[in-house]
Write a protein that binds this ligand. Sequence first.
Ligand SMILES: *[C@@H]1O[C@H](CO)[C@@H](O)[C@H](O)[C@H]1NC(C)=O
Ligand SMILES: *[C@@H]1O[C@H](CO)[C@@H](O)[C@H](O)[C@H]1NC(C)=O
Ligand SMILES: *[C@@H]1O[C@H](CO)[C@@H](O)[C@H](O)[C@H]1NC(C)=O
Ligand SMILES: *[C@@H]1O[C@H](CO)[C@@H](O)[C@H](O)[C@H]1NC(C)=O
Ligand SMILES: *[C@@H]1O[C@H](CO)[C@@H](O)[C@H](O)[C@H]1NC(C)=O
Ligand SMILES: *[C@@H]1O[C@H](CO)[C@@H](O)[C@H](O)[C@H]1NC(C)=O
Ligand SMILES: *[C@@H]1O[C@H](CO)[C@@H](O)[C@H](O)[C@H]1NC(C)=O
Ligand SMILES: *[C@@H]1O[C@H](CO)[C@@H](O)[C@H](O)[C@H]1NC(C)=O
Ligand SMILES: *[C@@H]1O[C@H](CO)[C@@H](O)[C@H](O)[C@H]1NC(C)=O
Ligand SMILES: *[C@@H]1O[C@H](CO)[C@@H](O)[C@H](O)[C@H]1NC(C)=O
Ligand SMILES: *[C@@H]1O[C@H](CO)[C@@H](O)[C@H](O)[C@H]1NC(C)=O
Length: 406
Amino acid sequence: MSLMAALCVNVVTVNMLLSVFFLSDVSVDCGDIPGLSITAPKEMEALSGSCLLIPCNFTAKEGTHFNSSRDIYGVWIKSDSRFLNNKDNVIFNSSGSVNSYKMKMIGNLTEQNCTTLFSDLDKNKSNKYFFRIETEHFRATACDDPLQITVRDSPWSPTINISGEVKEKKSVTISCSAFTPCPHSPPQLTWNLPQNSHSQIEENTDGTFTSKIQQSITLSHSHDGFNISCSATYPVDEGKPGKTKETQQTLSVPYAPKETSASISPSGLVSAGSWVNLTCSSRANPPVSNFSWFLKTEHGSMKVAKGHFYQFSVTRGGVYYSEVTNILGNNRSNEILLTVEGEEEEIHYGDIKFSDGRPAPSSVGEQDSGQQQETVYARIKASKSESSSEQTAEGLQDIYAKVNKK
Ligand SMILES: *[C@@H]1O[C@H](CO)[C@@H](O)[C@H](O)[C@H]1NC(C)=O
Ligand SMILES: *[C@@H]1O[C@H](CO)[C@@H](O)[C@H](O)[C@H]1NC(C)=O
Ligand SMILES: *[C@@H]1O[C@H](CO)[C@@H](O)[C@H](O)[C@H]1NC(C)=O
Ligand SMILES: *[C@@H]1O[C@H](CO)[C@@H](O)[C@H](O)[C@H]1NC(C)=O
Ligand SMILES: *[C@@H]1O[C@H](CO)[C@@H](O)[C@H](O)[C@H]1NC(C)=O
Ligand SMILES: *[C@@H]1O[C@H](CO)[C@@H](O)[C@H](O)[C@H]1NC(C)=O
Ligand SMILES: *[C@@H]1O[C@H](CO)[C@@H](O)[C@H](O)[C@H]1NC(C)=O
Ligand SMILES: *[C@@H]1O[C@H](CO)[C@@H](O)[C@H](O)[C@H]1NC(C)=O
Ligand SMILES: *[C@@H]1O[C@H](CO)[C@@H](O)[C@H](O)[C@H]1NC(C)=O
Ligand SMILES: *[C@@H]1O[C@H](CO)[C@@H](O)[C@H](O)[C@H]1NC(C)=O
Ligand SMILES: *[C@@H]1O[C@H](CO)[C@@H](O)[C@H](O)[C@H]1NC(C)=O
């Protein structure tokens, strides 16, 4: 019992001390019903070494004696709680009497604009801040609208945005934007796309700002896989290099299969009963979902296999090609002539003119199977697809030798 009594006495003493303290310094304290409210973001992030623009306007509550045409001062108070009764918490008074944190009232208080520029931020200044208005007859703190400021050391990653339909031949607008806490000291944006416009600073609906560069491009399959890389460099205290953050985004442009090529291994003449491999490759986005192999016959093309790889035991020669499909379309490879030893007479080598044994490497493509000369080149190129033109010529010599032997 006596312990409880002692505790009660202690509590009363503390309360009395607090009351004395309140009475001696009530100037900035929060009333039960704050007479002031502000419109400003509830939370803001800033970069150490840089500045922060606080968009702000204020309204006096109805029934208060606020008259904006009189001398008017804006005050910022730093506090983690609604308990503001400590003079050291007042860090800024637009009268000029206090400015312990580098702040500047840039809004016109007569127009109820309390927009403030906060400079030279460091992590120490991360805190809750309250705004207060003082005129001759009106003094009130916006106790229900504290602003939480968080100062960080690392900058923000810029954001890459692609608007429009991402498709071949379509024009899209690619933009890179970066959070801009202080439009007086905006980040510099650079990227690996043509940079023919200066970055623009846009105001967001909440009064904060965004820096942005943008570029329109007409897409082609060659843009597929391109890495857009954008970096934002924030200036910090003079003399120091800015703080940079980079963002990458890979462009994915869908296109129908292209550059479809078929190759054969081994190349050259093969003997009946031996195994050969046919391989087909193609570029497509999304990747080819369906590879089919066809053999040309007198009755038209006959589908002989599925899959990008076709291995079979040779029974007879013939002309093969592959056809590939993705959701956007299909494409056909070059034709491959498979010649079986002992069947060569079926093919009219006499028609082939190896003028100097070193033909210009033929572009493998849509060749008429009637043109035997082209078909032979196609096979040679395909069989030594990685080789130099010298080796291609050797391949030709091989065949030439064999033809001569006959
Ligand atoms: C204060 O700012 C808000 C948001 O920007 C706006 O809607 C409102 O009209 C402003 N009030 C005054 C008095 O300027
Ligand atoms: C506001 O102040 C102006 C100039 O001092 C004065 O003329 C006006 O009557 C005041 N208005 C109110 C509502 O107090
Ligand atoms: C702000 O400055 C004015 C003018 O010097 C002064 O009257 C007022 O008491 C100051 N208020 C605070 C909270 O510092
Ligand atoms: C408040 O003042 C700032 C700084 O001068 C200005 O940019 C902003 O447009 C003003 N806001 C309003 C609502 O007038
Ligand atoms: C602030 O706004 C008032 C009312 O619009 C105007 O009379 C005054 O000149 C402005 N002050 C400044 C410094 O712009
Ligand atoms: C943070 O505050 C402490 C104490 O107020 C001070 O000693 C220190 O230098 C400050 N740090 C920075 C980065 O300003
Ligand atoms: C990208 O930009 C478009 C058009 O400007 C917009 O509608 C969309 O919300 C933006 N997306 C992102 C993630 O910013
Ligand atoms: C593009 O970026 C991705 C991820 O950052 C990376 O894996 C890829 O190798 C890059 N491609 C090119 C062509 O630079
Ligand atoms: C296959 O793609 C090539 C481009 O690599 C194109 O020139 C050709 O017309 C296409 N062929 C067919 C049959 O789609
Ligand atoms: C054909 O492919 C198989 C399986 O990949 C491989 O083992 C074989 O060596 C290939 N033959 C030729 C002639 O390339
Ligand atoms: C695959 O492609 C072939 C020829 O291009 C076609 O006949 C066949 O229907 C296709 N199969 C599927 C599952 O799409």
